[in-house]
Design a protein around this ligand. Sequence first.
Ligand code: SF4
Ligand code: SF4
Length: 324
Amino acid sequence: MAKPKVAFYWCASCGGCEEAIVDLAEDILKVVEAVDIVFWPVAMDFKKKDVEAMEDGEIALAFINGAIRTDEQKEMVELLRRKSGLVVAFGSCAHPGGIPGLGNFHTRESILERTYRTTQSTVNPGEVLPRTVTEIDDIQLTLPKFWNTVHTLDQVIDVDYYLPGCAPPTDLIMDAVTAVLEGNLPEKGAVLAPSKTLCDTCPRSDSKPEMLRIKDLKRPQEILADPEKCFLEEGLICLGLATRSGCGERCINANMPCRGCFGPVDGAHDFGAKALSAIASLIEVDDEENTSIDEIQELLRTIADPAGLFYMYSLPSSELRRSR
Ligand code: SF4
Ligand code: SF4
């Protein structure tokens, strides 16, 4: 019997999601035994024309990682959508926007200016910027258009399921592949991870404080955190209150606070707003009635880069979506 066809593709991402597939180690043999990998440009020599030659819907499952920010990425994910029965947004960048989504705090022009002209390591005497079309000796060279705004995968194509994480852990990847092979999938649109918060599964939750004294907030590099205590107890912001569980408490176990790469739990759409309100609800003020706006602003100033902190992985999927 023919094996189901599977495709992997990456868009605006760091390559970590591709590493996560390699991290399956010997389990990848089980995957290869059960499915036929028909497209995986980072590891195998298939071409776009091979996908174009397939029937619509011929690929059973496409795992697509990375956010979308160029015309080429849009064209490729639209092609894969047409050719695939199921599309899974794989990893934080495809799901709520990920680290590339922080580009939405800047404009296309300012990113190109910084990258190609003003970084300390740039040598570009002609101050040339990338162009979509360049003519050299009657030869036309083209580059895909770089968008002003980073998009999540589901802002560009219809997505069936989401596999969260930066990168998704191997057990969740195997569970997803098994669920597809066995036809044991949840409702369309589901995130293939538990809908509990990380605090619900965190071994440090017993020491989570009822109230937080924001005047004492610190950054992770400023103290050596007690590996037994909740980070909030130590004055370090940890976003486990608003983050979906399922990562195996990877950062917590490495003695680093959670930054929210698994995105929100079911029902919470704007991760940054949810995380901010969860932290704000813990903040203790001396005199609620007489605390002035100035005092609150002074307290908020103790959080370095609040927008970057609360929207580190989710700016493109937020209500804000980008700076205006
Ligand atoms: S805030 Fe962080 S350290 Fe504290 S219980 Fe939640 S996930 Fe664990
Ligand atoms: S602890 Fe938070 S940031 Fe770290 S892997 Fe887990 S969900 Fe992601």
